[in-house]
Design a binder for this molecule. Structure first.
Ligand SMILES: Cc1ncc(COP(=O)(O)O)c(C=O)c1O
Length: 396
């Protein structure tokens, strides 16, 4: 099969989060009850006031192509959002709206990266960063981290990874998959280093901005001159629970935003007109704080129950809705005669025997861990936790 497909497509891996979701769906279709903690989306419905504006957009016949970078009113509401929430001053030409944050990231990497350009990515990372860099023929340069520092990089070592070919530094804060949030002084220390290199841009993925349990979100673009070289990624998917509506956006230096518009013009054109009208209403308001409080309670429920389980190593995440749990103490032990060698074995055995779906950490760049998403109901979480504990009890 591979001989028919391009080298570009052969270079990339299928997203394991999607593979696990498919397997879970298959089991459900066969009437097996599964609890899915693999999914990267909140289980909340979209707020009524947002839905009303989508219905209104249909009735008012917003059924035609929108401008490629998005409707003007939406882009202006994003400009206002950056003033309101981040004290950042952009103009409309700094903004492009895309079909989800994923397309914004795709646009940027394809617009910036030439063959063999180096992109620094701390591990663990959101799975698509590395694959999009590979599509663009660039080279990923990974920085290892560990759970004892909440998976944050050792900033003193950052400069060791920079070469004449480094073009981009990508990170997410709050992070998927770890829930880690970089503090202001840490962002300042990163900025101090990156500011020395005029050719390096920063992709700051802030899609989990509003899912923050420890304080106000701080963007690296707020620090020193970073504004001039930072691209902020954000969107409606996580904060407003609008994953299926596919609205993401990016803010950054105008000349590169212009290139992203050119690329988007030849790929998807402007995003869905109805979703854009709903996104305008969403972004003009602040996300529902009750939902964030709810997620925080679920985080505490998982933490209080799993932290006491021998062999699991976890920390209480500061944001997003994931735990990235070190399970490597179970490696080379047996579950019902199956030796657990890696995170894929662990998640597969858990799925087959206890019908709970988690994601192995390998594709996030750390095979010692599994990712657990707690964006599901309390009831499901309580049952899933018990099932995970039962599973672990039987590992000998
Ligand atoms: C860190 C991160 N960035 C970007 C995205 C993509 O978001 P969207 O659904 O808006 O494309 C996700 C979705 O899981 C994510 O976790």
């Amino acid at each position: 099969m591979q001989q028919n497909t391009s080298n570009r497509i052969n270079r990339i891996n299928e997203s394991s989060t999607i593979l696990m979701a498919q397997k879970a769906r298959y089991m459900k279709e066969n009437n097996i009850e599964v609890i899915d903690l693999s999914i990267g989306e909140p289980d909340f419905n979209v707020d009524e006031y947002i839905k009303i504006s989508a219905k209104k957009a249909i009735d008012e016949n917003f059924s035609h192509y929108s401008p490629i970078p998005g409707y003007k009113d939406l882009r202006l509401s994003i400009v206002d959002k950056f003033k309101r929430d981040n004290q950042l001053n952009y103009s409309i030409d700094n903004i492009i709206v895309s079909n989800g944050a994923k397309q914004s990231i795709f646009n940027l990497i394809l617009s910036l990266i030439n063959k063999d350009d180096e992109v620094i990515i701390p591990k663990p990372y959101w799975v698509s960063y590395s694959e999009i860099v590979k599509i663009s023929n660039g080279k990923c340069v990974f920085i290892d981290t560990n759970i004892d520092t909440k998976f944050k990089i050792n900033i003193n070592e950052l400069e060791n990874y920079i070469t004449a070919k480094t073009k981009l530094f990508i990170f997410s804060s709050p992070s998927n998959p770890t829930g880690t949030i970089y503090k202001k002084h840490e962002l300042e220390a990163i900025a101090k280093i990156l500011n020395k290199y005029p050719n390096i841009f920063i992709l700051s993925d802030e899609i989990y901005e509003y899912i923050n349990y420890v304080g106000k979100h701080i963007s690296i673009a707020n620090i020193d001159n970073m504004y001039k070289k930072t691209f902020i990624i954000n969107g409606c998917s996580k904060g407003y629970s609008m994953t299926g509506w596919r609205i993401g956006y990016m803010a950054g230096p105008k000349h590169i935003i212009k290139s992203c518009i050119k690329l988007q013009g030849h790929s998807t054109s402007g995003p869905c007109s109805i979703s854009q009208k709903a996104a305008y209403t969403a972004i003009s308001s602040y996300p529902n704080k009750d939902k964030i409080q709810d997620l925080m309670k679920r985080r505490d429920l998982v933490y209080n129950n799993l932290n006491k389980i021998k062999g699991l190593k976890l920390y209480k995440p500061d944001g997003a809705f994931y735990f990235f749990i070190d399970i490597s103490s179970f490696y080379n032990k047996k579950y019902k005669n199956n030796i657990i060698k890696n995170s894929t074995d662990f998640t597969m055995l858990l799925l087959e025997n206890e019908q709970v779906v988690l994601v192995g950490g390998k594709d996030f760049g750390n095979d010692n861990c599994i990712r657990l998403s707690y964006a599901v109901s309390n009831n499901k979480l309580i049952i899933a936790i018990q099932k995970i504990i039962n599973f672990i009890k039987n590992i000998k």
